[in-house]
Ligand binder design. Structure first.
Ligand SMILES: Nc1ncnc2c1ncn2[C@@H]1O[C@H](COP(=O)(O)OP(=O)(O)OP(=O)(O)O)[C@@H](O)[C@H]1O
Ligand SMILES: [Mg+2]
Length: 371
């Protein structure tokens, strides 16, 4: 395993050209670390993910688990504190990691596009919306200026912005937060991306507009085969709108698989705690993440052991000395990184031992911090 370093990559690695047999997105052992005064933050720490064309992968996990950094790592937008990521990010079989900013710019829009979590920082405050909506189209789509503007109006209308012709001449500060979020979605869709990374795309929106936007995204997937990583705190949205789900904790994927299997045969105690308040697919679409007791760790120079152990109802001595790997669980039809999974004999025994010893998840944390 090669670790992130501060050296700048000189030139893109020679990779295979676009390959129609390859998955739309293949991420292998991706590590994105940040150099901070507190130490090296392992924001994304060995992630493997695959996404097929036309499919949606929901990425869930508590605040700070690394979801946005993972999305930005795929885009190649990380900021100056980031060490050069290691691992592989391929779209249609083409390696993105190591590409120059200029090369990446050629892909942003038609190949990969992102709805950023904070629409204020992603919109340019000094440029009108018509410019921001059409500049990518001018480079990537064979449209006249009039057609680009017509497409911009149509996109604004489809994301639920009233009077789109008038709004096109506005600046971002003239819009409400919810409108800015919708403009961010319209910009991300402007060049018909093959892969959309949607980072909390509907959090500031009311339920009706949220549904309209999620329906629009689903329609674009059906029509054009767009793949989507949907980052969300809303488990109802994740359950109803994704084919697969990946649960992130402290920079790593700790459980993933087809959404219905992860909900039906939850194996990781962390996922189980998250889903505790929402065990069924048919629950209402605005239920949000429940959190297990305690706080997720800030992953600075993490030790080699299970990162969830302190908060885990199933944790045993092994969890403090060894790091579980993400392995297939054939009985659940998913992959899970846990030595004592929920719903298995080992997991049930571990939970029973902790309960008999009178350990709660919070008590375990105290016990282990003393030990
Ligand atoms: N530019 C940066 N420099 C240093 N640390 C960073 C930087 N960006 C993110 N981090 C750290 O990386 C970790 C993951 O952050 P990230 O924003 O991906 O979390 P998240 O899962 O998207 O959370 P949320 O649900 O709140 O959006 C956090 O500990 C965060 O503080
Ligand atoms: Mg985020």
């Amino acid at each position: 395993m090669s670790l992130p370093t501060k050296t700048k990559t000189q030139s893109p690695p020679a990779g295979p050209a676009a390959d129609s047999d390859a998955p739309l997105l293949a991420i292998e052992d991706l590590r994105t670390w940040f150099d901070t005064p507190q130490g090296i933050v392992h924001a994304v720490d060995g992630v493997d993910l695959t996404l097929e064309r036309g499919k949606t992968l929901a990425l869930v996990g508590e605040s700070g688990s690394g979801k946005s950094v993972l999305g930005r790592s795929v885009m190649g937008i990380l900021g100056s504190h980031a060490l050069t990521p290691t691992g592989s990010v391929r779209i249609d079989g083409r390696e993105l990691r190591g590409k120059s900013r200029k090369e990446l710019r050629g892909l942003w829009g038609p190949v990969v596009s992102m709805v950023f979590q904070d629409p204020l920082t992603s919109l340019n405050p000094v440029r009108r919306l018509d410019v921001q909506l059409t500049e990518g189209m001018a480079v990537h789509l064979p449209l006249s200026k009039a057609d680009r503007l017509a497409r911009a109006v149509d996109l604004l209308r489809r994301v639920g912005i009233p009077e789109p012709e008038r709004r096109l001449r506005m600046y971002p500060h003239e819009l409400s937060g919810g409108m800015r979020q919708r403009v961010g979605i319209a910009i991300a869709l402007a060049c018909k991306p093959r892969l959309l990374i949607a980072d909390e795309p509907t959090t500031a929106l009311d339920v009706t507009i949220q549904r309209q936007i999620l329906d629009l995204l689903a329609e674009l997937q059906d029509l054009g085969g767009m793949g989507m990583i949907l980052i969300t705190h809303n488990l109802g949205v994740a359950a109803g709108r994704s084919d697969d789900i990946a649960v992130m904790y402290a920079g790593q994927i700790i459980e993933k698989g087809p959404t219905k299997n992860v909900f039906k045969h939850t194996r990781h105690p962390y996922t189980s705690a998250l889903l505790g308040s929402l065990p069924r697919l048919e629950d209402p679409p605005h239920s949000t993440l429940a959190a297990p007791p305690g706080r997720p760790p800030v992953v600075v120079d993490p030790p080699r052991r299970c990162r969830f152990a302190e908060r885990c109802s199933h944790a045993q001595a092994r969890c403090l000395s060894e790091a579980p790997t993400l392995d297939q669980d054939t009985s659940a039809g998913t992959s899970v990184a846990c030595f004592f999974p929920v719903g298995t004999g080992r997991g049930t025994d571990a939970l029973k031992r902790n309960q008999e010893a009178g350990r709660t998840a919070a008590g375990l944390a105290v016990e282990r911090s003393v030990a």
